[in-house]
Design a protein around this ligand. Structure first.
Ligand SMILES: [Zn+2]
Length: 182
């Protein structure tokens, strides 16, 4: 067991939290029934262990592009990081524009246009849905989707779920998403 950085003892109590609110993945999320809270029995300091296998980010990204509220600059940066692209690659392959424009979006110097917003959603969903198999996805959902501007998106709550995918694949842990009113 690791030693406490504060007091040097190594006597922790552990519990799995029902909910854990965090921005650490890039957009607001509420991770349910997963995050382990360790409390030092000696000095009371707390440590949290978050899942960092990339599936959380993929599920958050999928859930977000399916919510018909205009994407912010910060959210676009989160989507770009989740697909692991440089600004230049994302601008040309996903957003269909130039890196300078993408940079203005990401820094909220310029709002994202409605057409670009929709193209980004469609391409991100096409790239990521395999990595978030517990999020229901049908490409047709984007047809005629009305994007709402001027309101904040809800917090996305992620719930772990064990899923048997097609064929001989073993059961894996995936994420379901729920919206929580902002
Ligand atoms: Zn301690």
């Amino acid at each position: 067991m690791t030693k406490c950085r504060e007091c040097g003892y190594s006597d922790w109590t552990e519990k799995v939290l029902e909910e854990f609110q965090t921005d650490v993945f890039g957009i607001p999320a509420n991770i349910c029934h997963t995050v382990v809270e360790k409390t030092c029995s000696h000095c009371g300091i707390k440590k949290y262990t978050l899942p960092r296998d990339g599936k959380v980010e993929a599920a958050l990204a999928m859930a977000r592009v399916l919510i018909p509220i205009k994407l912010s600059g910060r959210e676009i940066r989160f989507l770009r990081n989740t697909v692991g692209m440089s600004g230049k690659t994302f601008a040309t392959q996903i957003a269909g524009n130039d890196p300078a424009t993408l940079s203005r979006w990401e820094n909220d110097g310029q709002g994202v246009g409605g057409y670009a917003d929709m193209v980004i959603r469609q391409k991100i969903a096409a790239l990521l849905h395999d990595r978030a198999p517990a999020i229901p996805y049908d490409p047709k959902v984007f047809v005629g989707m009305e994007i709402i501007d001027g309101i904040s998106p809800p917090t996305i709550a992620l719930e772990p779920v064990r899923l048997k995918l097609a064929g001989d694949s073993p059961v894996s842990q995936e994420w379901e998403a729920h919206k929580i009113a902002a």
